[in-house]
Design a protein around this ligand. Structure first.
Ligand SMILES: Nc1ccn([C@@H]2O[C@H](COP(=O)(O)O)[C@@H](O)[C@H]2O)c(=O)n1
Ligand SMILES: C[C@@]1(CO)OP(=O)(O)OP(=O)(O)OC[C@H]1O
Length: 159
């Protein structure tokens, strides 16, 4: 079999006095995401999808929230490590697709930068990285702006 598919999901709570980082991009907003790392839900969902595609567990296994080493970690550094692991197993990225669920702020102006940033770390072209945004129509925790979540699907190819 020369292709594998994986999916990932993550959610973090919105709080004041934290930066909002999504797909490695700093997004100006009055609230940011709380987490052990920089709490970049989009990058976390993509990493879990990559690991899931190879049944290699999840990010908490490699970067435990109990380990001070990962306190305040840049999730792009973690993404690079997961990418390295995937490569070591003989696989490369076919494509990534993702969606961020956020009531606010408007993410559209930042989507291209997120795609370029993620693509650079994964050593692929931006057209291999899909990032979309949607509100939750004011429904549930994301709709009430208590948090932001992201879903990702990754296709891997054997090289
Ligand atoms: N945080 C967000 C949410 C949505 N968008 C863009 O708006 C479009 C409409 O969103 P709905 O939830 O009302 O369907 C969506 O397709 C995105 O292009 C956004 O930029 N930022
Ligand atoms: C990224 C890690 C790093 O400790 O921590 P968090 O930023 O809290 O993120 P989460 O998705 O809750 O858990 C995964 C952890 O690996």
């Amino acid at each position: 079999m020369n292709i594998r598919i994986g999916n990932g999901y993550d959610i973090h709570r919105l709080v004041s006095d934290r930066p909002l980082i999504l797909g490695g991009v700093h997004i100006p907003h009055s609230l940011g995401l709380l987490g052990h790392s920089d709490a970049d839900v989009l990058t976390h969902a993509i990493m879990d999808a990559m690991l899931g595609a190879l049944s290699l567990g999840d990010i908490g296994h490699y970067f435990p929230p109990s380990d001070p080493q990962w306190a305040g970690a840049d999730s792009l550094v973690l993404l690079s490590k997961v990418h390295q692991l995937v490569r070591q197993h003989g696989w490369q990225i076919g494509n990534v697709d993702s969606v961020v669920v956020a009531e606010r702020p408007k993410l559209k102006p930042h989507i291209e930068k997120m795609r370029e940033t993620i693509a650079q770390v994964l050593q692929v072209q931006p057209n291999q990285v899909g990032v979309k945004a949607t509100t939750n129509e004011k429904l549930g925790p994301t709709g009430r702006e208590e948090g932001i979540c992201a879903y990702a699907v990754v296709l891997l190819e054997k090289f």
